[in-house]
Design a protein around this ligand. Structure first.
Ligand SMILES: Nc1ncnc2c1ncn2[C@@H]1O[C@H](COP(=O)(O)OP(=O)(O)OP(=O)(O)O)[C@@H](O)[C@H]1O
Ligand SMILES: [Mg+2]
Length: 321
């Protein structure tokens, strides 16, 4: 964890006073040593793994650790929400456990399910056994198939849990998360309560396709990641696009920024900025002129009407006229 900015100071001395308790609350897993020494340490550590965070992002990660709370990350597509969780895992040397959400995701794919086939075989094999003994046996650990959420709770090693695109699941599945996110535990009726032995860092991402429940929001710290400021986007391009010159990175960031001021169906995201920059480097472009920009707009924009509008803008023609 050296990348996290050196040894962490004792929680009691931390200026925010957001110290962890030494005695665990009933059922609440005991917190380990703080992962980060300061907000700036998080920012520098993330830069070390090629993720350029601003103060708000670094602050949310720092507080998530100190307060032992999940972070709900919202914002437009392609602004680095998923990448943040991956980068924090890299920075802290943790295993990333990812639950990719989709419509129809249910408990059996998110949390756990019983291995019915194996249970059936066990029942057939032990037809002479007493039912009670058999029942205890088939609802034991050996017959349990753990899915990402249970995996994360039971992990003996440090983990970062990424619950990606949580806005895609139905409300009932969202409710499943509540116990895990506030208590770091899972109740399995046949087995009892499984409690985490350490508190994982948890990131939930959402593209805001629907409002999440108040109950879920209450359990999380909230982080909105918007399109980066010019300077940060330029730095992201320089970090992520090998072989790009500082002046081309600057031009790319400026043009993308100006396109984001237009009234488009879908503004270019950071990932599209990077694709565009890589394309220009591949084409051997040193400095983008309006024509080259127009010819490669389809890398940045994905709607014909947006491309036409942006092309007019780049040609200096009033798009409204
Ligand atoms: N702050 C950043 N530092 C470095 N790279 C970044 C940053 N933000 C975004 N990126 C780059 O943009 C890409 C897209 O980011 P990511 O997939 O995390 O977006 P997202 O917000 O999860 O998008 P979606 O909502 O579509 O899932 C990343 O692979 C990464 O290369
Ligand atoms: Mg994502």
């Amino acid at each position: 964890m050296s990348a996290a900015g050196g040894a962490a100071e004792p929680a009691s001395r931390h200026p925010t006073g957001a110290a962890r308790t030494d005695t665990p609350l009933s059922g609440f897993p005991q917190a380990g040593a703080p992962r980060f020494e300061s907000i700036d340490g998080v920012r520098r550590g993330l830069a070390g793994v090629s993720y350029l965070a601003d103060e708000g992002i670094a602050g949310a990660v720092y507080l998530a650790d100190r307060l032992a709370k999940p972070v709900l990350v919202e914002g437009p597509a392609g602004t680095g929400k998923t990448e943040l969780a991956k980068s924090v895992a890299r920075l802290t040397g943790s295993r990333l456990i990812r639950l990719q959400c989709y419509e129809g995701l249910d408990e059996s794919k998110a949390l756990y399910e019983w291995n019915y086939k194996k249970q059936l075989l066990r029942i057939q094999a032990g037809s002479g056994s007493e039912w009670q003994a058999l029942e205890e046996d088939i609802f034991s650990e050996e017959f349990l198939l753990a899915r990402p959420l249970l995996d994360a709770i039971r992990a003996p090693d440090p983990v970062v849990l990424l619950i990606d695109e949580v806005d895609r699941v139905e409300l009932e599945t969202e409710a499943l998360l509540l116990e895990i996110l506030s208590e770091y535990q899972v109740s399995i009726p046949e087995l009892g309560t499984v409690r985490a032995t350490q508190i994982p860092l948890v990131f939930l991402t959402s593209n805001n396709t629907r409002e999440l429940s108040e109950a879920l929001k209450r359990r999380c710290l909230y982080l909105h990641i918007d399109y980066p400021q010019l300077e940060r986007e330029r730095a992201i391009v320089e970090t992520r696009v090998p072989g790009i010159s500082a002046s081309l990175a600057d031009q790319v960031a400026r043009i993308v920024r100006s396109l984001r001021t237009l009234d488009l169906k879908k503004h270019p995201s950071v990932s599209e900025t990077l694709d565009w920059a890589r394309t220009l480097v591949l084409l051997g472009v040193e400095s983008v002129d309006a024509e080259q920009a127009r010819d490669t707009l389809h890398i940045l924009l994905k709607y014909r009407s947006d491309i036409e509008r942006a092309a007019k803008e780049l040609a200096g023609v009033d798009p409204a006229g």
